[in-house]
Ligand binder design. Structure first.
Ligand code: GLP
Length: 279
C-alpha cells in the first residue's frame, strides 16, 4: 500500500491526474501489434463526488493539450442512484457527462454506467459484472470515500467480498449528499446500484483519493487500523497495488510516524509519474 501526501486538494488532484495519464500511456492502448485486427483498451473505473472533480479537470486539460487520448479507453463507473432518470441534474450519468466525458474523445460506446431506472435491478447488476469481465477487468479503479469510509456505495457493514448490487444508503450518506439536492433530505434517493468491494478489489490497481479534514478519521481507519467491514475502504490494505492519495488536512488523525514514513517516500513515489519514453 502506498500513501501519497500532497499539500492541498489541488495538488492531490494533479498527482492523481498525472498518474492516470502515465498509466494509460505506459499501457499503450490501441491496435494490438501482436494480434492484428485486435485492439487493446485501457479499462478505467471511475467515481463521482466533489473529490475527483479537480482530477477530471486536469485530465481534460491534458486531452485538450494533445497529451492524452481516451479513444482506446473503456470506463466503468462505480455507482448510480436508484430512481433518478439519466437526465436528472443529480444523476451520476449527468455528473459524468457534464464534468468529464463531454470534454474528451471517448467513444460513448466505451462508457459504462449502471442504470438506476432498470426494471430488473439484480439483472442490471449481474450484467454489469459481466461487462467488466468481458472488457478484461478494470486496469485502474479510481475511488473516493464518504466520511464514514464507504467506497462507492458500500456502506459500513457491507461485505468485503460484495459484488455489484442494490444498496440501501446509510442515513449519514443521505445527509452528506443532501447538499446536491438543495439540502432537501427527502429528495435524496435512498437506494443505489453500486459495484461491490470485491468488484473493486478485482481491479489490477486501485487509487483512492481522500481530501479534507472531515475525512481525516476515515483515512486513519483506512490505513492505520485493521481491515474492517465497518470502514469498507480499509479492504484495500489487502490489495496488491493500492495507492491512497490525500492532502495535509486529511492526515490530521494519522500518527506522526506514519506521515513521516510516507513523506520520506515521496521522491520515490513521484518517479511513478514519469512517462514512458517515446520509441
Ligand atoms: C458518494 C459516492 C462515493 C463518493 C462519496 C464522497 O457517496 N457514492 O463514490 O466517494 O460520495 O463524495 P465527496 O467526494 O463529494 O465527498
Amino acid at each position: 500500500m502506498r500513501l501519497i501526501i500532497e499539500a492541498d486538494s489541488d495538488k492531490a488532484s494533479d498527482w492523481v491526474a498525472k498518474y492516470i495519464k502515465t498509466r494509460i500511456k505506459s499501457f499503450k492502448p490501441g491496435p494490438d501489434p501482436d494480434n492484428p485486427g485486435k485492439t487493446r483498451y485501457f479499462v478505467l473505473g471511475l467515481p463521482t463526488g466533489s473529490t475527483p472533480l479537480g482530477c477530471y479537470k486536469r485530465l481534460i486539460e491534458f486531452h485538450k493539450k494533445g497529451e492524452l487520448s481516451f479513444r482506446f479507453v473503456k470506463t466503468f463507473n462505480m455507482d448510480e442512484y436508484v430512481g433518478l432518470p439519466r437526465d436528472h441534474p443529480e444523476s451520476y450519468h449527468t455528473y459524468m457527462w457534464t464534468n468529464f466525458f463531454r470534454h474528451i474523445d471517448i467513444n460513448p460506446e466505451n462508457v459504462h454506467m449502471l442504470d438506476g431506472m432498470a426494471k430488473d435491478k439484480d439483472a442490471e447488476c449481474e450484467a454489469y459484472e459481466k461487462k467488466i469481465k468481458d472488457a478484461g477487468g478494470v486496469d485502474l479503479f479510481l475511488g473516493g470515500i464518504g466520511p464514514d469510509g464507504h467506497i462507492a456505495f458500500n456502506e459500513p457493514g457491507s461485505s468485503l467480498v460484495s459484488r455489484t448490487r442494490v444498496k440501501t444508503l446509510a442515513k449519514d450518506t443521505i445527509i452528506a449528499n443532501a447538499r446536491f439536492f438543495d439540502n432537501k433530505i427527502k429528495d435524496v434517493p435512498t437506494e443505489a446500484l453500486t459495484v461491490g468491494v470485491g468488484t473493486v478489489m478485482d481491479a489490477k490497481e486501485v487509487v483512492v483519493m481522500i481530501t479534507g479534514a472531515h475525512k481525516a478519521y476515515a483515512l486513519h481507519k483506512a490505513i492505520e487500523d485493521g481491515v474492517s467491514h465497518m470502514w469498507t475502504v480499509s479492504a484495500f490494505q489487502q490489495h496488491r497495488r493500492a495507492t491512497f492519495v490525500c492532502d495535509e488536512d486529511a492526515t490530521l488523525e494519522l500518527r506522526v510516524k506514519t506521515v513521516k514514513y510516507f513523506k520520506g517516500l515521496m521522491e520515490l513515489h513521484n518517479k511513478l509519474l514519469e512517462e514512458p519514453k517515446v520509441d
